[in-house]
Design a protein around this ligand. Structure first.
Ligand SMILES: Cc1cc2nc3c(=O)[nH]c(=O)nc-3n(C[C@H](O)[C@H](O)[C@H](O)COP(=O)(O)OP(=O)(O)OC[C@H]3O[C@@H](n4cnc5c(N)ncnc54)[C@H](O)[C@@H]3O)c2cc1C
Length: 395
């Protein structure tokens, strides 16, 4: 049985849901708040086998998906390798995944500049957008991210919680890296794990998915503790305007960037600091998480970050969204929409909880700061576990 679905949110979760439903004969319309086509500022995304299978299942192109790293390595403050692990993993970029899914959605059914503000549930769900227009269908999917308007209506008690740390992200061109820095870190999935902070870095494709050596980029992720009052200051722009929860990168004040670079110079191994120096303007994101106790009600379902955000240590956001989409599309074949959505929620809430719990465990280990702890990143008691469990989907 098929029908018509409204999908609010045209990022990876929404496009995965649209592509999966289209393959089962559903008609879909995607409504995205942004007025312009989305772009992910080049952010790196680690992949897992489940994600590559899901992309292939919906008909997305999986050729030349990204750069393959073959080894993980932990560095100490002096820049020496203190632990390694063989692990093959393809690291791709948000843009690469988004573009391959976006190409599967017919233009006539993809609507930009449409922000859902509310919905009603009668016999069929009816969504109201900020321009006053409405849309009605057999099924409504909230794929509108961690501050989801659809979830706010369905589960108002679920609120994202601040973790106590932010992530600074930066991208450096491979060709800009000094030779010694390139040799030390570029080809490996690298970690720096002293008490209280964490660095993860890996190579990704260059602009336009360019995988040629010399044309790639290094993706740099630095988790850094920030107290809530200091975070409020970092989220305030140069005009004094405070941005709730996160701040668009161009609005980050110069003095916030200068303070970050000074801290990086003092705290990071030299190769990582030099990569940061060579990077395009770094930007930060406060880390929040949340877990919805249900992922559907009646004829309304939540997918991806709207349903659950696990902190990024597990690298599961995109894979989890893909799993939500494929499970939902598979169950909807039965013809009973409310019944399929109830089964969907029963299946996917435990999957979301597993990622959420694992990511909190990894975050808690990072924040351990025993007196006289391991300032050089050599003797972290959980060093091998962090390397073995980060961004690996074995739960
Ligand atoms: C530092 C960091 C590193 C990460 N690393 C990884 C990784 O390695 N691997 C991985 O898999 N994941 C990773 N993630 C997570 C991943 O980016 C997200 O989980 C994923 O993009 C979620 O997709 P989504 O479509 O559910 O939500 P989002 O990408 O947040 O998209 C929601 C969309 O809905 C739109 N929208 C919002 N409100 C409305 C509305 N009212 N009406 C209509 N549209 C609306 C928004 O404009 C947006 O386009 C990382 C995240 C961070 C912060």
């Amino acid at each position: 049985m098929s029908g018509q679905a409204i999908i609010c949110g045209g990022s990876i979760g929404g496009l995965f849901a649209a592509a999966a439903l289209l393959r089962t004969g559903w008609r879909v319309d995607v409504y995205e708040r942004s007025r312009a086509e989305l772009s992910g500022r080049g952010a790196g995304i680690v992949t897992h086998g489940q994600l590559i299978d899901a992309l292939a299942h919906v008909g997305a192109d999986t050729d030349e998906l990204g750069v393959e790293t073959r080894e993980r390595a932990v560095f100490d403050k002096a820049g020496d390798v203190v632990a390694t692990m063989d692990y093959h993993q393809i690291v791709t970029s948000w843009d690469r995944i988004h573009q391959s899914l976006r190409s599967l959605i017919p233009e006539a059914h993809h609507h930009l500049g449409k922000s859902a503000v509310d919905y009603e549930t009668g016999k069929t769900p009816r969504v109201t957008f900020d321009d006053g227009s409405v849309a009605e269908a057999d099924l409504l999917i909230g794929a509108d991210g961690f501050r989801s308007a659809i979830r706010a209506r369905m589960l108002p008690q679920v609120q994202p919680a601040y973790s106590g740390y932010v992530v600074w992200r930066a991208l450096a061109k491979e060709s800009d890296l000094p030779r010694d820095v390139h040799e030390a870190v570029f080809e490996r999935f690298g970690f720096y794990l002293p008490a209280g902070l964490q660095i993860i870095g890996y190579p990704i494709a260059g602009p336009g998915n360019d995988l040629r050596p010399g044309q790639r980029r290094y993706n740099f992720v630095w988790y850094s503790q920030v107290a809530p009052d200091k975070l409020a200051d970092m989220l305030t722009d140069a005009t004094g305007q405070h941005h709730a929860m996160s701040i668009p990168p161009p609005f980050v004040r110069d003095d916030v960037l200068s303070a970050m670079l000074a801290a990086a110079r003092a705290q990071l191994p030299d190769p990582f600091f030099r990569i940061l120096e060579q990077s395009e303007r770094p930007f930060f994101t406060p880390i929040y998480d949340h877990l919805s106790p249900a992922m559907a009600k009646g004829r309304v379902a939540l997918v991806g970050d709207a349903a659950c955000v696990a902190r990024p240590h597990v690298g599961m956001g995109v894979t989890k969204a893909a799993g939500d989409a494929l499970t939902l599309a598979g169950l909807l074949g039965t013809g009973d929409v409310p019944g399929a959505l109830a089964a969907y929620s029963d299946t996917r809430v435990p999957a979301a909880r597993a990622a959420y719990d694992r990511s909190r465990q990894l975050g808690d280990w990072m924040l351990l700061d025993p007196p006289g702890g391991n300032p050089d990143g050599r003797n972290n008691p959980n060093l091998h576990d962090i390397m073995r469990l980060t961004a690996i989907a074995d739960f």
